[in-house]
Design a protein around this ligand. Sequence first.
Ligand SMILES: C[S@@+](CC[C@H](N)C(=O)[O-])C[C@H]1O[C@@H](n2cnc3c(N)ncnc32)[C@H](O)[C@@H]1O
Length: 196
Amino acid sequence: MLAQAWNSKTYYNDELVREIYDELGLIPEENNIYNSFIDLLEDNFDLDGKNIIEVGGGHIPRLSKRLLTSNENIGVIRVYDPKLSRYEKNTSRLKLYHHEFTENCSHIEGTDLLIGLMPCSGTYALVKSAVDNEKEFMVALCEGGYNDDIYDYEDKKELWLESILTLAKKSGKIGVDYDTLAKYDDDYPVIYSKKR
Ligand SMILES: C[S@@+](CC[C@H](N)C(=O)[O-])C[C@H]1O[C@@H](n2cnc3c(N)ncnc32)[C@H](O)[C@@H]1O
């Protein structure tokens, strides 16, 4: 019951708690927000053979770890986050970068898809880099944007969404759409773009 409560956006204030619960297998699979993001990814992209960058993977990169377990055909996932735990280890398919992702990321060339589950202020760099390099992406929004993490999404919903959508639509070669994880009690939009 407690694990289920923390799975919801409404109840966790610290993503670390959610990540630890998930690492320990305490979040029910059917209510798991990482699974819901993965379902949306798989509905929209063929992940086989794809190299992925995850921006803002958190302390324990649960999304990428789950992705690699759920699909053994995914190539390499590179996770960027200054908060990544020092106890998390690189593997042949999971590469961890303990610093921020920036628009000048050197691995972008060999990357097919950029993803982020609520990467806060990292959202802008993720979308800008994807657009500039004509890469596909999917990002679930949270706080962040031009003003960094200082305001709540609910207060500036339209402005934040509009600024990211405007940026995302700058590439003529990728189509932009959005969805939500509302059935998981998270109303933040998920923006994704696919090559036409
Ligand atoms: C709300 S947490 C989400 C963590 C994880 N995706 C999850 O859902 O469990 C946002 C994370 O984004 C990271 N972050 C913010 N800006 C970033 C950037 N430019 N590059 C990489 N990570 C960033 C923060 O350090 C933080 O760990």
